[in-house]
Ligand binder design. Structure first.
Ligand code: KG4
Ligand code: ZN
Length: 384
């Protein structure tokens, strides 16, 4: 049974927005019966980044075998699936189109509803899937029902997105701010490339940072305007570039590169980058937590529901590839303990792109009647 008592439902989720081909079967928006992810890391490694044409071709080859495997792992047949959810935005258009076409074909042939899911919003849902860590005031309690976590502050930290959201429910999401240049994952990957670390850069930089001195370099932590909930990572990336290669001379030529650094110097740069990158996130999370409370105390409010100040957040939902970062997980855990806030961090497997989060959020959209027609479009941008 669902939390609302509405009965058991099986959703097939499909995800192909970037370079992972994924399918999953989720029961009642919570129990992950299977989650299959075919990574394309090996195909893109030599280019040190995702090549869109290679990605969409690989999705086309893999999507149906991955769906078959997800059904087999879950021990269910296609006929038992109640609805098909697909990540239809945002992402690489050629990649999205493959998943959307597969989902449409399956939904149509089964006579089941089709659900279009925003990939970024789905990242916020990853921590609400069964088995996710529920770190509450350091007790590690798993018991709090999902509805008691709302309104929640949502934080997405991925390779393509870095944003804060106000979440009234899993599907009632409003954007509070986001990056004005690079996403944090992109900054990690670029900093890793500058340091000569292997692809994918983020996890490798995270590992290297563990042995470095984070105070070795005083890299900038972007604040932007007072009260801004936006992020900026391009200045930090440039600071790392100059620390490694020196300031460019005439014609933009650098005098050295990462080969001039020994292991200890690289680790110090990695640790100093990580300190500044994570501090930029926790700073804005603190600001977002302060905003509604300040509004409640200071602003004289006229009567009427429309004029009512927003209720304070009860939890922090975090998602996206960079939520796997060791330092970010540690600092957000401490921050939430200080604020007495529940924290939902996905387990490692659901930090990066997966289809369980698509099926999970798809369940709530389906229950709310937000299904799509066969004209569902693949869209490169997020809904909000
Ligand atoms: O969410 P995701 O799989 O794809 C997007 O939707 O973008 O995120 C991938 C990003 C990459 O930039 C990767 O380097 C970063 O997440 N990432 C990490 C870590 N694990 C993955 N960044 C920092 N530390 C990590 N441990
Ligand atoms: Zn993602």
């Amino acid at each position: 049974m669902t939390e609302s008592g509405a009965g058991s439902a099986l959703i097939l989720g499909i995800e192909t927005s970037c370079d992972e081909t994924a399918a999953a079967v989720v029961r009642d928006g919570r129990d992950v019966l299977s989650s299959v992810v075919a990574s394309q890391d090996d195909l893109h490694a030599e280019y040190r980044g995702v090549v869109p044409e290679i990605a969409s071709r690989a999705h086309a080859e893999r999507v149906l075998p991955v769906v078959r495997r997800a059904l087999a792992d879950a021990g269910v047949t296609l006929a038992e699936i109640d609805a098909v959810a697909v990540g239809h935005r945002p992402g690489l258009i050629g990649s999205l189109l493959v998943g959307v076409a597969a989902a449409k074909g399956l939904a149509w042939s089964l006579g089941r509803p089709l659900i279009g899911v925003d990939h970024v919003h789905a990242h916020l849902y990853a921590g609400l899937l069964g088995g996710s860590a529920d770190v509450e005031r350091g007790t590690g309690s798993q018991s709090r029902p999902t509805r008691e976590l709302f309104p929640a502050l949502g934080l997405v930290v991925s390779g393509g997105h870095t944003a804060l959201y106000r979440c009234e429910s899993p599907i009632g999401i409003t954007r509070l701010g986001g990056t004005i240049d690079d996403a944090i994952g992109e900054a990690y990957d670029k900093a890793a490339a500058i340091l000569g670390l292997p692809y994918p850069g983020g996890p490798n930089l995270d590992r290297l940072a563990a042995s470095g001195n984070e105070r070795a370099h005083d890299f900038p932590v972007s604040r932007l305007d007072t009260g801004s909930l936006d992020f900026s990572f391009s200045g930090l990336k440039t600071a790392v570039l100059y620390a490694v290669r020196g300031v460019p001379g005439p014609g933009g030529v650098y005098g050295r590169d990462h080969t001039a650094l020994d292991g200890g110097a690289k680790a110090d740069l990695a640790a100093s980058f990580q300190r500044a990158a994570v501090a930029a996130i926790t700073l804005k999370v603190e600001r977002a937590l302060a905003s509604p409370k300040r509004e409640r105390r200071d602003v004289p409010r006229p009567a009427g529901p429309a004029a009512r100040a927003p209720a304070p957040f009860r939890s922090l939902l975090v998602g996206g590839g960079v939520s796997a970062n060791s330092r970010l997980r540690r600092d957000l855990t401490a921050l939430c303990e200080r604020h007495g806030l529940a924290l939902r961090l996905p387990p490692m497997a659901w930090c990066v792109d997966n289809a369980a989060m698509i099926a999970g959020l798809g369940h709530h959209l389906w229950r709310a009647g937000r299904t799509a027609g066969l004209d569902l479009a693949a869209v490169p941008t997020t809904a909000c």
